[in-house]
Design a protein around this ligand. Structure first.
Ligand SMILES: N[C@@H](CCC(=O)N[C@@H](CSS)C(=O)NCC(=O)O)C(=O)O
Length: 302
C-alpha cells in the first residue's frame, strides 16, 4: 500500500511548472482539499468528443457513464483529453465489465492511471484487482477509512489529479463507514457545472442502505446534508447504482425531491430502519474480495 500523506503531491519528473507542488492553504484543515496526485505533461487537445458546455476546462474532460446490469452499477470514466497522455480514471469498475471498460479506454487512446472505489461494495466485486492485472501500472484508490487495501488510501480533502483535472475527496460515511464522494474541482480551470460521484451515499431520489458494514442512518443524513447538498445547486450527481432507469440528477433536484433525505433526521432514520431490504446476494463474496480491492489470490500450484 502506498499511503497518500497530508498535502503530499505525487509529481513525476514531467510535472508542469505552472502549479505549485502544494495547493494553497491545503494544510489548513481537513475540510480543505489536499493535492495528492500526479500531474502529467500538457500538449494540444486532440479532437475527441468531450463533455460540458464548451469552456476550455470542459473541453478537456472526456466523460462516460457505463452500466453493469446484473448489479445495476454505474462505472464512470473521466479523462483529461487536453493532456498528451490523456490520463484517465475509472470510478467503481465492476469485475464483470472490466474487458468492456479497458477496450473503451484503449479505443479512445487513454492512459488509465487510477482505478478508484467510492467504498467497499457489498453487491459485486470491484474491477480494480483485475484491471491492475491487465493494465499493470494502474493504481487502485479507496478511502483510508474503509480499511481496505489499495495502492492509495485517500482521506477527506485529498485531491486526485489526472492531467490538469482533479477530483476532490469528500468523506460521506453512513452507507458504509468508509464511503467517499469524489467531486470535480471548483476552480475556473475545472469543468462546470461540477460533478459529484456519490457512490451509495446518494442514489437518485433515494440513498444507500445503512444496515451493515458500519452503516449509520444518523451519519448518512449528516454526510449528505453537509457534503453533497452544500455543493452548488447545478452540481451533477452521479450515483453508483440505479434501480429505476435514472442516470443523473442535480443537487437542486435532490434537495427538492429526494424521497428520504428531504425529511427531517428522525423521519429519515425511521425510513431507513424500515427499508426491509434483503441482503445483497453476493455480500459474502464481494466484501472480502473488495477489502483487497478485488485482487484475487494467485492460482495455487498443484
Ligand atoms: N438486490 C441487490 C442489492 C440491492 C441493494 O441492497 N442495494 C444497496 C446498494 S448495493 S450494497 C442499497 O443501498 N440499496 C438502497 C435501496 O434503497 O435500494 C443484490 O442482491 O445485490
Amino acid at each position: 500500500m502506498v499511503p497518500l500523506r497530508l498535502c503530499r503531491q505525487l509529481i513525476p519528473h514531467s510535472a508542469a511548472a505552472s502549479r505549485p507542488p502544494f495547493a494553497p492553504a491545503a494544510a489548513a484543515s481537513c475540510s480543505s482539499p489536499r493535492p495528492i496526485s500526479r500531474r502529467l505533461r500538457s500538449l494540444p487537445a486532440l479532437a475527441m468528443a468531450a463533455y460540458g458546455t464548451g469552456a476550455s476546462a470542459d473541453r478537456r474532460l472526456l466523460f462516460r457513464q457505463l452500466f453493469e446490469k446484473e448489479s445495476s452499477t454505474y462505472t464512470y470514466l473521466l479523462a483529461d483529453v487536453g493532456d498528451p497522455d490523456k490520463p484517465a480514471v475509472l470510478i467503481d469498475p465492476v469485475d464483470r465489465t472490466v474487458d468492456r471498460d479497458l477496450n473503451l479506454i484503449k479505443e479512445l487512446g487513454l492512459k488509465l492511471i487510477y482505478a478508484m472505489n467510492t467504498h467497499v461494495h457489498a453487491d459485486h466485486v470491484t474491477g480494480t484487482g483485475l484491471i491492475k492485472t491487465k493494465l499493470p501500472g494502474t493504481k487502485s484508490v479507496i478511502s483510508k477509512a474503509s480499511g481496505a487495501k489499495a495502492d492509495h488510501s485517500v482521506e477527506h480533502g485529498d485531491k486526485i489529479y489526472f492531467g490538469n483535472l482533479f477530483l476532490e475527496v469528500r468523506a460521506t460515511p453512513g452507507h458504509t463507514a468508509g464511503c467517499v464522494t469524489y467531486v470535480t474541482g471548483d476552480s475556473h480551470d475545472q469543468p462546470s457545472p461540477r460533478m459529484a460521484f456519490t457512490g451509495d451515499a446518494l442514489i437518485i431520489r433515494a440513498c444507500g442502505r445503512t444496515d451493515f458494514q458500519g452503516g449509520s442512518s444518523d451519519q448518512l443524513y449528516q454526510s449528505v446534508h453537509s457534503q453533497i447538498f452544500t455543493l452548488p445547486k447545478d452540481t451533477l450527481l452521479y450515483p453508483s447504482h440505479d434501480y429505476k432507469g435514472f442516470t443523473v440528477t442535480t443537487v437542486e433536484e435532490e434537495v427538492a425531491y429526494n424521497a428520504r433525505l428531504t425529511k427531517d433526521k428522525e423521519t429519515f432514520k425511521t425510513i431507513m430502519d424500515n427499508l426491509n431490504l434483503s441482503y445483497p446476494k453476493m455480500i459474502d463474496i464481494a466484501v472480502p474480495a473488495n477489502m483487497v480491492c478485488g485482487i484475487q489470490d494467485p492460482p495455487s500450484k498443484v
